[in-house]
Design a protein around this ligand. Structure first.
Ligand SMILES: NC(=O)c1ccc[n+]([C@@H]2O[C@H](COP(=O)([O-])OP(=O)(O)OC[C@H]3O[C@@H](n4cnc5c(N)ncnc54)[C@H](OP(=O)(O)O)[C@@H]3O)[C@@H](O)[C@H]2O)c1
Length: 155
């Protein structure tokens, strides 16, 4: 099963200069609570921005570069094959960004955890266009500084 987790502002902004536009400790805590002990998949740029594998999670990084290797990370070159394989598995894999990786993964995603952060931010990276009619909101949680909605794909 492929899940997606993202924090965005109301304009869909998710990043600026290969970093997060905001610092919301509660949002990071919620991200950790959901992804801990699962697999996380990210783009090479997001990995470089974080700078290390996420602890207590199986880390996958998507890259076209056959020479890219980091200890503690499994590299993915054929992302479509990976998504197809995991979409039909009972194990949950979290796609954690950034925009390029979200865009490639969206057709295979069954659940999305979307944090809508308060405030206006200057962003240069945005969540991709999405046909929201394919998803329904099944849960809403209100936290300080953000609201997290869980969406499930409509079968
Ligand atoms: N707000 C959030 O929740 C959130 C979450 C994550 C990231 N972000 C932000 O998003 C920004 C980064 O996003 P981004 O879109 O620029 O980069 P990204 O998706 O993190 O990484 C892009 C890179 O991933 C590799 N890649 C992507 N699709 C691929 C595919 N189908 N096959 C093989 N390799 C593929 C390529 O690596 P190579 O160039 O090595 O081939 C590509 O350059 C940063 O600002 C980051 O802070 C925000």
């Amino acid at each position: 099963m492929i899940s997606l987790i993202v924090a965005m502002d109301r304009k869909g902004g998710i990043g600026i200069r290969n970093a997060m536009p905001w610092k919301i400790p509660g949002e990071l805590k919620q991200f950790k609570a959901l992804t801990l002990n699962h697999s996380v998949v990210m783009g090479r740029k997001t990995y470089e921005s974080i700078g290390h594998p996420l602890v207590q999670r199986t880390n996958y990084v998507v890259t076209t570069n056959p020479l890219w290797k980091v200890d503690g990370v499994t590299t993915i070159h054929d992302f479509k094959e990976f998504l197809k394989r995991h979409a039909s598995s009972s194990e949950t894999v979290f796609v954690i960004g950034g925009a390029q990786v979200f865009e490639a993964a969206l057709p295979y995603v069954s659940t999305m955890f979307i944090s809508l952060v308060e405030g206006d931010y200057v962003c240069d990276t945005f969540f991709p266009e999405l046909d929201w009619s394919h998803f329904k909101a099944i849960d809403v949680k209100i936290f300080e500084g953000f609201i997290q909605t869980t969406y499930e794909r409509i079968p």
